[in-house]
Ligand binder design. Structure first.
Ligand code: MG
Length: 337
């Protein structure tokens, strides 16, 4: 194990999961934590609640399509929503650097208030800390969120419902968020600016559940990208995933930028994308519903759960060959969320 923290420990890939297992889960060690879902599901006097927390350190704090505040609200709402929960309440804790303009703080807070209103949640508690100039970078935000889970959706967050033949769906183009951050940070000028996809998915997900779509599992496709998340799903449920490479939706422009910067689009982070595993009989209806929603109009089916190749993700190329898709090994771009 590494002796000191490296940037890669925050990538959301292999190094992050190793650190979580070897340090946090090892010592906090309890049944609910060991599930390691987007939210923990806990029983509160007969009501099933989902509970999650996130920290946000994105650089820059304002970027095309959003800011650190919107990211904080949407990210937390999404971790609740993909657990099958109805997000209700959030906390927000601020770590502020001495000298940070209050006008910028207010702009971030207004953005959080707007995002919360839009997602139908309330921010009902918080905390404020200030550190000396140079001891943090402008502003870091920590949020926690709770929501309630109907008993019939209790199985969604663990992955235990996933079975052979299930279909994998994504709600649109991948990679926009990470490239939007890159372009803001490096001051890159593209003819068509790349806008972050940061958005709350609870509306879209709620519609699917209300329509009776047989949702087996969901995960928001954040750090580590689609590749890391698929690899995690395959390993945790010990099933194979067969993915059609051509069907993974990535904009032409994003592919082009990836080529220049040596990024692999399959590892790009998103902040408004979800992978849904649904029963084969629900897939067509699920896509229909997604296509009717503003956050799912480019939704598509990208693959199937298989009994063979248990624990692995196989990517089928347009030329007929297949190759293994693995978790993000190092770090593509630090501080993207
Ligand atoms: Mg998540």
């Amino acid at each position: 194990m590494d002796k000191t923290i490296l940037l890669g420990h925050g990538s959301g890939g292999v190094m992050t999961s190793d650190l979580i297992s070897n340090v946090f889960v090892r010592h906090f060690n309890n049944t609910l934590l060991r599930v390691m879902g987007d939210s923990a599901l806990a029983d509160a006097d007969g009501t099933l609640i989902a509970f999650t927390t996130d920290s946000f350190v994105v650089d820059p704090i304002f970027f095309p399509g959003g800011d650190i505040g919107k990211l904080a609200v949407c990210g937390t709402v999404n971790d609740l929503a993909v657990a099958g929960a109805r997000p209700l309440y959030l906390s927000s804790a601020f770590i502020l650097e001495e000298g940070f303009p209050i006008a910028d703080l207010e702009r971030i807070v207004v953005s959080m208030a707007d995002a919360a209103r839009e997602a139908g949640v309330e921010i009902i508690t918080g905390d404020t800390k200030v550190v000396k100039k140079g001891q943090c970078d402008k502003v870091f935000i920590n949020t926690a969120g709770i929501g309630t889970v109907e008993k019939k959706y209790a199985g969604i967050s663990s992955g235990a419902l996933i079975s052979e033949g299930d279909q994998l769906l994504v709600n649109g183009f991948l990679g926009d968020h990470e490239i939007a951050i890159l372009s803001a940070r490096e001051d890159l000028q593209f003819e068509t600016p790349v806008i972050s996809d940061v958005s709350s998915l609870n509306g879209l997900i709620g519609q699917m559940l209300d329509a009776g779509i047989e949702v087996k599992f969901m995960r928001d496709i954040t750090r580590g990208g689609i590749a890391t998340i698929l690899a995690e799903i395959a390993a945790s449920v010990n099933k194979g995933l067969l993915i059609d490479e051509q069907s993974i939706p990535v904009r032409e422009q994003i592919n082009g930028i990836c080529e220049i910067y040596g990024f692999n689009p399959h590892y790009l982070a998103n902040e408004g994308k979800v992978i849904m595993v649904v029963s084969p009989g629900s897939a067509d209806r699920a896509l229909e519903i997604m296509h009717g929603h503003s956050l799912g109009k480019d939704a598509c089916r990208i693959g199937t759960v298989t009994a063979e190749n248990a624990g692995r993700v196989l990517l089928k190329s347009p030329y007929g060959g297949t190759r293994l898709l693995t978790k993000l090994a190092g770090e593509q771009l630090p501080r993207i969320c």
